[in-house]
Design a protein around this ligand. Structure first.
Ligand code: NDP
Ligand SMILES: C[C@H](O)[C@@H]1OC(=O)[C@H](O)[C@@H]1O
Length: 253
């Protein structure tokens, strides 16, 4: 199996894309730390699924925007599994909001969770990897939104662009330690983050018609991209971005 004996922390893994990554990594032999802001009883359902399939996993409550909780998450992973080999920065929020009336508090919260959270988790795990000489993998969830805009996403898209670029700068900083840093850019994937938005039939139809493969993405459609960046064999790939959008970005006409 491609991730045998590896320990992976996956943030935002209680549902959606993170849950699919956690299940996919466990299927490939990884020991998985499922982390999210959910209270334990809600978030640990993914752990139950992994254990029911014969895998190893723990659940950690962690608000990625809180440095103390992030450090405690890494400590919990090391205490349970001995070390951390892979970090997937997946936690993110996108409360759609009109720009002209967007409260500063909302802009700050989205930036704290998405951008600061990626920084805090990456720095904490990278310190651990460097101290232990672990030639690890850091994979972050950016977005098609890093390359395009959304009228209701003026707070959100810049955080996704920042995450994509953060991986490039981290790739430079951590390359000498054998740690690779890469970004996955999902297109429109059906999850809780956009369930309300995509309940608008016209919006849903627009997304589907703009996607050459003629369907919205599912979380499972992304797992292979994360597995590629997380495995040992991709050691020469770092600072890269992989768009996984069914062709949506390139479809102008
Ligand atoms: N769905 C899509 O079309 C796309 C999504 N993305 C990105 O994919 C990632 C996953 O989103 P998706 O699965 O779609 O959405 P979901 O809303 O289904 O999942 C988001 C996950 O992030 C967790 N989360 C939210 N805030 C925090 C926090 N402060 N600390 C820790 N965990 C947190 C949520 O758990 P909880 O709320 O309990 O904390 C949940 O597990 C996000 O980064 C998003 O920006 C990128 C492109 C497209
Ligand atoms: C939340 C959006 O529906 C989704 O998230 C992204 O990152 C993409 O921009 C999609 O629009």
């Amino acid at each position: 199996m491609r991730l045998n004996h590896k320990t992976a922390i996956i943030t935002g893994a209680s549902r959606g894309i993170g849950r699919a990554i956690a299940l996919g990594f466990a299927k490939q032999g990884a020991k998985v730390v499922v982390a999210s802001n959910e209270p334990a009883e809600a978030g640990s359902q993914v752990v139950d699924e992994i254990q029911a399939a014969g895998g190893e996993a723990i659940y950690v409550v962690c608000d990625v925007s809180d440095a103390a909780q992030v450090n405690a998450m890494v400590d919990a992973a090391v205490a349970r599994f001995g070390q951390v080999d892979i970090l997937v920065n997946n936690a993110g929020i996108c409360p759609f909001h009109e720009f002209l009336t967007m409260p500063l508090e909302l802009w700050e919260r989205v930036t704290d969770v998405n951008q600061k959270g990626t920084f805090l988790c990456s720095q904490a795990v990278a310190k651990h990897m460097v101290e232990r000489g672990i030639q690890g993998r850091i994979v972050s969830t950016s977005s098609i939104g890093a390359w395009v805009g959304g009228a209701m996403q003026v707070h959100y898209c810049p955080t996704k662009a920042a995450i994509e670029n953060m991986m490039k700068s981290m790739a430079v900083a951590l390359g000498p330690h054998g740690i690779t840093c890469n970004a996955v850019l999902p297109g429109a994937i059906e999850t809780d983050i956009n369930r309300e938005d995509l309940s608008d039939a016209a919006k849903r139809e627009y997304f589907i018609n703009r996607t050459p493969v003629r369907r919205l993405g599912q979380p499972e459609d992304l797992v292979e991209a994360y597995l590629f960046f997380a495995c040992e064999e991709s050691y020469f790939v770092t600072g890269s971005s992989l768009l996984v959008d069914g062709g949506m970005f390139v479809n102008l006409q």
